[in-house]
Unconditional design. Structure first.
Lengths: 109, 115
């Protein structure tokens, strides 16, 4: 079992819709969780971090964490074509971050 | 701040040659990570340093790979000898201590092609 697993995708949504990205992790002691966005040919960029159960909102982005289910999600409201990218989930354990394989999102105008 | 600076941006070399990748971290960041990204294996952690000291090198694929951090402003990742399977994008990322140690700032990457 991979340490961090994401929906394989690709995910395609129309402009203005809600995009939902999911991630599960295997180590129950994990405490810190992150979402990165990576445009094609570019480096990953941190967009959200979440440390406590529940929701965390930042603009059009909402991260959700459920430690009991070992599940993290990212919702993107009012999706825009500029949101088209690969989204990477990362989990911090013992000082190092492990990344999922990413979900590629395409927002169609 | 200029962000994490990596060089070279692109490197094309022949099998058997030595490759050295360089990274200048963000000033004040005391964690430095080297990651490798390929289509097949995704983003893999190779090694990370805390306050210039290597903490975990379990991701270094084999003895051909080595990394150093001689001071807080500079790190290198060396491959000797290089092989075609080493072709990948190598990222350097840095962060601060505590909870924020997982909030990584990535450099633009070094794209390595080994022929």
């Amino acid at each position: 079992q991979k340490e961090v697993e994401q929906n394989s995708g690709p995910l395609s949504v129309p402009e203005g819709a809600i995009a939902s990205l999911n991630c599960t992790y295997s180590d129950r002691v994990s405490q810190s969780f992150f979402w990165y966005r990576q445009y094609s040919g570019k480096s990953p960029e941190l967009i959200m971090s979440i440390y406590s159960n529940g929701d965390k909102e930042d603009g059009r982005f909402t991260a959700q964490l459920n430690k009991a289910s070992q599940y993290v999600s990212l919702l993107i409201r009012d999706s825009q074509p500029s949101d088209s990218a690969t989204y990477l989930c990362a989990v911090l354990n013992a000082g190092k971050s492990t990344f999922g394989d990413g979900t590629t999102l395409t927002v169609k105008p | 701040d200029a962000g994490v600076i990596q060089s070279p941006r692109h490197e094309v070399t022949e099998m058997g040659q030595e490759v050295t990748l360089r990274c200048k971290p963000i000033s004040g960041h005391d964690y430095l990570f080297w990651y490798r990204q390929t289509m097949m294996r995704g983003l893999e952690l190779l090694i990370y340093f805390n306050n210039n000291v290597p903490i975990d090198d379990s991701g270094m694929p084999e003895d051909r790979f080595s990394a150093k951090m001689p001071n807080a402003s500079f790190s290198t990742l060396k491959i000797q000898p290089s092989e075609p399977r080493d072709s990948a994008v190598y990222f350097c990322a840095t962060s601060t201590s505590g909870r924020a140690s997982g909030e990584l700032f990535f450099g633009e990457g070094s794209r390595l092609t080994v022929l």
